[in-house]
Design a binder for this molecule. Structure first.
Ligand SMILES: CC(C)(COP(=O)(O)OP(=O)(O)OC[C@H]1O[C@@H](n2cnc3c(N)ncnc32)[C@H](O)[C@@H]1OP(=O)(O)O)[C@@H](O)C(=O)NCCC(=O)NCCS
Length: 163
């Protein structure tokens, strides 16, 4: 049975839902990319209530995807001059591959419209996500060292220009 899916924008008080989803999605998503200690450190640092509220107050907007009453994924983004950064994009492991990631991305684009230059950072070893971004119209435009939690990673920068 194919479940109906809907996407809503989140308010600051809804952000706990993002914390819960991240704790489920990250260990699976990064099992072959990060060590368990790195995953725990990054979850603690990035996915604290305080950090998400700080991002929200700085202009980051968040969306959740729902099937029935269950949240199944989330995305966030922010505008920096002429660039919109897709900051977070995560779907529950057992709901991936059914268009939810693409729909969340489209919600971010619609929310910040017009988006002429959409960019994101993706871990250099997260090959599955890179394939997804290439499939959805992005191209790699470079690499950058990125400090996250207590670690420095080499991320790839992907860009999608509106046609
Ligand atoms: C990356 C992610 C958000 C994609 O969401 P999703 O719901 O699984 O992807 P969708 O079903 O919307 O896929 C959209 C398109 O990309 C393709 N695609 C998705 N994952 C792919 C992969 N690993 N390799 C190749 N193509 C892929 C789909 O086949 C689909 O193509 P189509 O529309 O032409 O049929 C999701 O898989 C995820 O949460 N992964 C783990 C977390 C992560 O790495 N997030 C990114 C952090 S930067």
């Amino acid at each position: 049975m194919r479940l109906e899916m809907r996407i809503t924008e989140l308010r600051a008080d809804d952000l706990k839902l993002v914390l819960r989803l991240a704790r489920t999605i990250w260990p699976a998503a990064y099992a072959n990319v990060l060590t368990p200690a790195q995953i725990e450190n990054l979850l603690d640092r990035i996915y604290s209530d305080e950090n998400l509220r700080t991002e929200f107050a700085a202009g980051h907007r968040f969306w959740a995807a729902w099937q029935d009453t269950e949240p199944v994924g989330y995305a966030s983004g922010y505008r920096e001059g002429g660039i919109v950064w897709l900051k977070k994009l995560y779907v529950l492991p057992d709901r991936q591959g059914h268009g939810i990631g693409r729909a969340l991305m489209e919600s971010v684009i619609a929310g910040f419209a017009p988006v002429l230059d959409l960019r994101l950072f993706v871990n250099g070893n997260n090959i599955a996500a890179q394939r997804f971004y290439e499939r959805t119209g992005f191209a790699c435009i470079g690499e950058q060292a990125v400090r996250m939690g207590d670690y420095t990673f080499t991320d790839k920068i992907y860009r999608r220009i509106s046609r």
